[in-house]
Structure formats: C-alpha cells, structure tokens
Design a protein around this ligand. Structure first.
Ligand code: ADP
Ligand code: F6P
Length: 352
C-alpha cells in the first residue's frame, strides 16, 4: 500500500492533530505516502473546485510542527451532501484517481457513517473517534472529551472562587450536544452540588429550585449547578415568564426557550432571593484547548493502530477504548451501540 489519506470531520476536538501526527509517523515508518483531505468530506467531493484546496500532501516535517496544537490543521466541516450516494461515488472516484488505497477518518458518529459508506464502496477505511461529546456508545473515550472536562473543571474552580467570595450560586453550562458526559464528569471532578443532563427526561426547574433552596438552608450559599447544553431539550414544560419581573434594557420575545442565563434568574426568583445566582457558558474554550495527556496518548496509539490495520488489509474498523485499553471493532456494530449514561455517578452528585 503506497498511498493512504486522512481527514477530520464534524466538530473539531483536541487531539485530532495529535492523531494525524501519529498516522503520519506510522505511514512514514511503513513507507507510505500520506495525503490530507481538507474540510472533512467536503474535500473528498471537491467542494472547493480547486484540487489544491481539497487535498494536501503531508510531509512529516509539516505534521511534526502541528502535533501539539489544538483544533485541526486539516480543517473540518459538516458536509450534508456526503449522505447521498451520488457524492459518495464522487469521493470514491477522487480517491481512485489519487491512487489512495486506504483512509483514516477522525470524527464522531456522523463521520463514522461516512467512513462506513466509503468502506462499503470498497475503500478500506478506519475510524478514530474524535468528538468532545463522548457520545459514541462503543468507546469509553473519544478524542477531546478528557480535555473538554479538564477545561470545564478549571473553569468551575475559578467560578467557585468568585462564587465563594460573594456567597453566590453558579449555573455553569457546558457542551456535549445530546450527551451529558462532559457535565457529569465536570460535576464529579469539582464536587459540584447539582448536575443537569439531557439523559434525564422531564427534569423539573421547580425541583432544582427546591434543591438549591435546601442547600442554602443547610448553609451552602455557593452551590454549583453544572448544566449540559442539551438538557434544555428534555426539561419538563415550564414558563419562567409567568413570574419573572421584566428586566430593563432589551426586551425578550415571548416563548423564548430556557437557557442558562434565564435559568439563573428563574432560580433566584423561585428561591425568593435566598440564592443569588449567576450564569457562565463555558463555550468553545472546551473545543479549542491543548489536548490533555490522556487524549494525546490515545491519539498516538489510535493513529499507529489505524495505519497498521490498513497495512494488514483491514477495513470498516472503529478504534476505541474499553476497560481502559485501546481496541478496535467493526464500525457497523460500533454504531449500533447506544451511549450509556452513568446513572450511578449522576445520582451520587445529586444526592449530597
Ligand atoms: P460528528 O462526526 O461529530 O458526529 P456530524 O454528525 O456533523 O459530526 O457528521 C459529520 C459529517 O459526517 C457530516 O457533515 C457528513 O459529512 C457525514 N455524515 C453524517 N451522517 C452521514 C451519513 N448518514 N452518511 C454519510 N455521511 C454522513
Ligand atoms: O459536537 C461537538 C460540539 O461542540 C457540540 O458539543 C456542540 O453542540 C456542537 O459541536 C456545536 O457545533 P458548532 O460548531 O456548529 O457550533
């Protein structure tokens, strides 16, 4: 096998560059050329209309320069068209023209569906999980998750310092799309008092307010509530405008969905001023940070395994972590496994 290609797709995640570096070093060691596909599947379908904007020949020297950086040097994108057979065929044609005999796809479950499609069309393809959300059920860890939790942990520690100084409670919103893992592990690693996640259908704002009030009555006026961004989708119906007094300044339109700032205001009102509550949305710092040692080490191992699998003629394999060890399995079966939320840990955080 003389030429292989690599792409990153979906939301970027810390560790993607480290994985590309590892693929590049392993390919170099095994005498293969490495082609980088730019902007996920966009590059494979020739979206930019200029081949030099879609593909890049990756020299080892160039790759070693970016290995430790967050983000993805290859760029990433969400490419709707790639779900269609017509565009997948276009990608296979390009790969044949470039004489590419194997692909490494780094991304989340959507990206893995694209990898599955390429494998089905005869392009040997290996998937490395890269998403901060940790929403791939077959693996305990996806690249970027550990880093995102570390960023959130540092942020919560800083927020708690100022909350403590003012005897205030804090609502801290973290990412994760429909997965509550970043919220749960941030709460666990900071000893936060309340965690709210999308996996709990019909969670109730009134109940959260009661719990916050009870914490204040027990002498804790600086509780931290970690909220996963996706949690507002599974909240029980609740209309904060029934009792919130209008704020000065910009009017909000009726029926605006709940968000973290509104939740903080609601909790203040619902606890009858017993709790003073401020909100922070941590946002993209979770995705754009330097990879943690755990993510970087997994990226390194996964990259080497991916190239080895291709060299041995394997295809349609997803690399992951099980019981702390890196392993690989069939992508079709991997995608069938639903993410399992750790209820025991969730109950532990919320019980105290
Ligand atoms: P992630 O990979 O992080 O889950 P997305 O869900 O946005 O991110 O998916 C990334 C990309 O994977 C999509 O933009 C699309 O190009 C490709 N993709 C998603 N679903 C499919 C599918 N069913 N078939 C082929 N490609 C897909
Ligand atoms: O999938 C990674 C992620 O950061 C999610 O946590 C978040 O919901 C989403 O991507 C944000 O996407 P965008 O980059 O389009 O804002």
């Amino acid at each position: 096998m003389a030429n292989i290609a690599v792409l990153t797709s979906g939301g970027d995640s810390p560790g993607m560059n480290a994985a590309v570096m590892s693929v590049a070093r392993a390919a170099n060691m095994m005498g293969m050329n490495l082609i980088g596909i730019k902007r996920g599947y966009n590059g494979l379908i020739g979206k930019s209309e200029k081949l030099e904007d879609d593909i890049v020949h990756l020299s080892l020297d160039q790759i070693l320069d970016i290995a430790d950086l967050p983000g993805t040097f290859l760029r990433t994108a969400r490419c709707k068209e790639f779900q269609l057979d017509e565009y997948q065929n276009k990608a296979v044609k390009l790969l044949r023209e470039l004489d590419v005999q194997g692909m490494v796809v780094i991304g989340g479950d959507g990206s893995f569906k694209g990898a599955q499609a390429l494998a089905r069309k005869g392009v040997p393809t290996i998937g490395i999980p890269g998403t901060i959300d940790n929403d791939l059920g077959y693996t305990e860890l996806s690249l970027g998750f550990d880093t995102a939790v570390n960023v959130c942990m540092e942020a919560v520690r800083a927020i708690r310092a100022t909350s403590r100084s003012h005897d205030r409670a804090a609502v801290v919103e973290v990412m994760g799309r429909n997965c509550g893992d970043i919220a749960l592990y941030t709460a666990l690693s900071t000893g936060s008092e309340i965690v709210i996640v999308p996996e709990i259908q019909g969670w109730d704002v009134e109940d959260i307010a009661h719990r916050l009030e009870a914490l204040v009555e027990r002498g804790n006026r600086r509780a931290t509530l970690v909220v996963a961004e996706g949690a507002y989708k599974t909240m029980a119906p609740f209309d904060p405008y029934r009792f919130l007094k209008p704020l000065g300044g910009k009017p909000v339109f009726d029926g605006q969905p709940m968000d973290s700032i509104l939740l903080a205001r609601t909790l203040e009102a619902k606890t009858n001023g017993k709790a003073e509550v401020r909100a922070t949305v941590i946002g993209y710092t979770q995705r754009g940070s330097q990879p943690s040692s755990r993510d970087a080490a997994f990226a390194f191992e996964a990259g080497v395994i991916a190239v080895n699998l291709l060299r041995h003629g394997e295809s349609n394999r997803a690399i992951g972590v099980h019981n702390g060890k890196v392993f690989h399995m069939d992508i079709d079966s991997a995608l069938q496994i639903k993410p399992s939320f750790n209820r025991r840990m969730y109950n532990m955080v919320n019980a105290l």
